[in-house]
Design a protein around this ligand. Structure first.
Ligand code: THU
Length: 140
C-alpha cells in the first residue's frame, strides 16, 4: 500500500525537527517511499568541520539502504525557512541512483501547499550506471 503524499510530507516534517543544524539553522527533513511500501527518513546532520555535513536526502538514503531497500517510489523534502527546498545537485544524483525519472518529488513547507516535481525534472540527462561499461560492475 503506497503512502500518500501527505503521509510522506508529514514524515519528512517530523524528522526535520530532529535535524542537527547548529551552524546553518536550516533544518531539512526527507522521507522516501521505498519500493516495498515502507517510509525511510533522514535529516541533515551538520559538523563543526563544515564540509563533513550531510544533507537530509543522503541521510534518508542511508536509512533506506540499511533497511534493505534499493528502490525509491516517491520523495518528500521539507524545510521551514524557504518556500520550497529543492534537493541540492549532489542529492539529485543520489536520488537518481535509486529512482526512475518519473518518480514524484514533493517539496513541502509546514502549513504550505507542496510543489510537485519529478526526479527526472530535477536532474535531466542524468549520469547513470547505463553509462558505465557493463552497466556498472555489480550494479543490480
Ligand atoms: N540541505 C539539505 O539537507 N538538503 C538539500 O537538498 C539542501 C540543503 C542542508 C545542508 C545544510 O545542512 C543546510 O541544508 C543548509 O545548506
Amino acid at each position: 500500500m503506497p503512502a500518500d503524499p501527505q503521509e510522506l510530507l508529514e514524515a519528512a516534517e517530523r524528522v526535520m525537527r530532529r535535524a542537527h543544524v547548529p551552524y546553518s539553522r536550516f533544518p531539512v527533513g526527507a522521507a522516501l517511499l521505498g519500493g516495498a511500501g515502507a517510509i525511510h527518513v533522514g535529516a541533515n546532520v551538520e559538523n563543526a568541520a563544515y564540509p563533513q555535513s550531510q544533507c537530509a536526502e543522503a541521510s534518508a538514503i542511508g536509512a533506506m539502504v540499511a533497511a534493505g531497500e534499493t528502490r525509491i517510489a516517491a520523495v518528500a523534502v521539507v524545510a521551514e525557512r524557504v518556500e520550497h527546498c529543492p534537493p541540492c545537485g549532489g542529492c539529485r544524483q543520489r536520488l537518481a541512483e535509486f529512482a526512475a525519472p518519473d518518480t514524484p518529488v514533493y517539496l513541502g513547507r509546514p502549513g504550505a501547499v507542496p510543489r510537485v516535481t519529478t526526479v527526472g525534472e530535477l536532474l535531466p540527462l542524468a549520469f547513470s550506471a547505463d553509462a558505465l561499461p557493463g552497466g556498472g560492475a555489480g550494479a543490480e
